[in-house]
Design a protein around this ligand. Structure first.
Ligand code: SF4
Length: 322
């Protein structure tokens, strides 16, 4: 695999002026206006909670199924979409919206039920211009992806978000994830056969993962030239095994400075084309046990920019061109 000479590498010009390719820029370029996601809870569960694959869930997942809690699962999808759109119009001056199936595993149902839910979401409001569907890699198959792909039109943005988390099976075991990296690779290959937009979720700061281990995860994403990445730091939400571990003094989250350095190392290794959906700010602030600094999203984003500037690097600076 030839390696591009970094000394010849030009800093890409991203519209926001950031040293990495921001999701907001990508959406604005594609739709010509301010687009936001409206989070949904469609009443799914997860095979890692109902006993099919495991019970108790992943050690970092709370009883909302890793939701932002911006919705009420007792409301219909149409009600959730309308309420969230009104909030986001006021808060962010958003003009168009992506229905985001966020909570739990949003392909974990028979295809007939999935079709009813996706149909409702895509038609719920005239300003909905697409869907993002978050799932476990072991919960997609050709029939479900064919259904999801059927919503793709030139005007509709359809994206599947896969929780890969890490490339290391020993970490996935430790997390009680009840799936393997091979499951992710199979799902990714199938996803590519349907030419579906995708975003891969990863988590930094897992116990037992060295810097080199985490850079292996970045190298995998770079080799696959994934379209989008959402980067989280491992954080302890209340009533989760990881929070209990934190409260017993068995696990400590990364400090802010260490995270900033690590995520810059990570993004430097990704393809310059990959869209970065998130670099900071996971979990609803009222329910985070640790680290509390993670809620200072703007400050962290500014520090990430400053670290890139200090190094004179940018997204893709250490990308290995194949
Ligand atoms: S697979 Fe997702 S929803 Fe299920 S327990 Fe893990 S993080 Fe939670």
């Amino acid at each position: 695999m030839p390696v591009t000479d970094k000394s010849e590498r030009q800093r890409p010009i991203y519209p926001s002026g950031k040293p990495y390719r921001l999701y907001g820029d990508y959406l604005r370029q594609r739709f010509g206006c301010r687009v936001y996601k409206v989070t949904l809870d469609a009443g799914f569960t997860c095979p890692n909670r109902d006993g099919t694959k495991g019970s108790g869930g992943c050690t970092f997942c709370d009883d909302t199924g890793s939701s932002s809690r911006a919705q009420n699962r007792r409301d219909s999808l149409t009600e959730q979409i309308h309420k969230n759109i009104e909030r986001q119009r006021v808060r962010f001056k958003a003009e168009k919206f992506i229905a985001y199936f966020q909570s739990y595993t949003n392909t974990y149902s028979p295809v007939e039920r999935l079709k009813r839910l996706y149909d409702e979401a895509i038609h719920a409001h005239p300003d909905v211009i697409g869907m993002s569907i978050s799932t476990r890699p072991d919960c997609v198959d050709a029939e479900k992806l064919a259904l999801i792909a059927s919503y793709q039109t030139p005007d509709n943005y359809i994206c599947v978000e896969y929780g890969m988390q890490t490339v290391h099976d020993r970490t996935l075991n430790l997390l009680n994830r009840c799936e393997t990296h091979a499951d992710f690779l199979n799902a990714f290959q199938l996803n590519q056969s349907f030419a579906l937009d995708h975003c891969i979720h990863v988590i930094l700061g897992f116990p037992g993962e060295s810097w080199e281990d985490q850079m292996e995860t970045a190298a995998c994403l770079a080799a696959l030239k994934v379209q989008g990445v959402k980067i989280h730091l491992l954080c302890a939400m209340e009533n989760t095994p990881i929070a209990e571990s934190y409260l017993r003094g068995e696990w400590q989250p990364l400090e802010q400075e260490a995270y900033v350095s690590l995520i810059v190392d990570f993004i430097e290794r990704l393809s310059p084309e990959t869209v970065i959906h998130r670099v900071a700010g996971n979990g609803h602030h009222q329910h985070v046990v640790a680290p509390l600094w993670l809620q200072r999203k703007l400050e962290i984003m500014n520090e990430i920019d400053a670290e890139f500037a200090r190094r004179g690097t940018f997204q893709g600076y250490r990308f290995l061109q194949s």
